[in-house]
Design a protein around this ligand. Structure first.
Ligand code: GLN
Length: 230
């Protein structure tokens, strides 16, 4: 895997885009910035030009699917994926990437997982826990599940990164990473680092679990000092 900072034609440093239609956009941008990575909000076709990777954030998958169709971005994203852009879906993003969604049509179908939406119950059944994910970090990491899906099974070309109780919580294939939980809502940077490496980018900040003293649950709304919205 390439770990040098990738340059695109024209010399621009490759960026990781965060799909900026609905959901947890600023939180992901803030985590990328904390790792010294170039993260940009993307919502127009031309925004996708220099992306090494795309994060589809958590939010509401039906709403995101509608907006993706309205803005004509489904085809743009599939085209860039075919050209080598990696994609990470958190929660609703993972739902959009799954090949099979119980009682729902698949949207992108780019990773061979079978998934059930809202599988823990209502918003009030959201929870926090912790787990070791050795491929991603040497340190135990906090996990935040918000009205999350359960990944119930995965095909043979899918690598399972984290299984808990009766479900899979994180998995990947060569082009796609999915997490049922929200690393961007914790002080942990390990999954953002892991995704950057998958995209061939090297974070300039050498930390996994930045339990950065300046971070708290309201960091992005309070300060988000590293994020400049266009
Ligand atoms: N329950 C949401 C859905 O089905 C996902 C929630 C989330 O992204 N945190 O789309």
């Amino acid at each position: 895997m390439a770990t040098v900072t990738a340059l695109h034609a024209g010399g621009a440093v490759a960026a990781i885009g965060v799909l900026d239609l609905q959901g947890g956009v600023v939180e992901h941008l803030d985590h990328l910035a904390r790792l010294g990575l170039r993260g940009i909000p993307v919502k127009k076709e031309e925004d996708f030009a220099t992306l090494a990777g795309l994060i589809i954030p958590g939010g509401e998958s039906t709403c995101l699917a509608r907006l993706l169709r309205i803005f004509g971005l489904r085809e743009v994203i599939l085209r860039e994926f075919d050209r080598g852009m990696k994609i990470w879906g958190t929660c609703a993003g993972a739902i959009l990437l799954a090949r099979e969604v119980i009682d729902d049509a698949p949207f992108f179908g780019l990773i061979d997982i079978r998934l059930e939406r809202n599988s823990f119950g209502s918003q009030l059944d959201s929870f926090k826990t912790e787990a070791d994910v050795p491929q991603v970090s040497p340190e135990r990491m906090p996990l935040t599940f918000i009205r999350a899906p359960k990944i119930l099974s995965a095909g043979p070309d899918v690598r399972i990164l984290l299984a808990l109780d009766d479900y899979i919580a994180a998995a990947e294939n060569d082009g796609v990473l999915v997490t049922a939980f929200h690393p961007e809502l914790t002080g942990c940077l390990a999954f953002h680092r892991y995704f950057a490496l998958k995209c061939g980018l090297r974070p300039s900040v050498e930390t996994f679990s930045t339990i950065d003293a300046s971070w708290d649950m309201r960091s992005w709304t309070r300060r988000a000092p590293r994020v400049i919205r266009r």
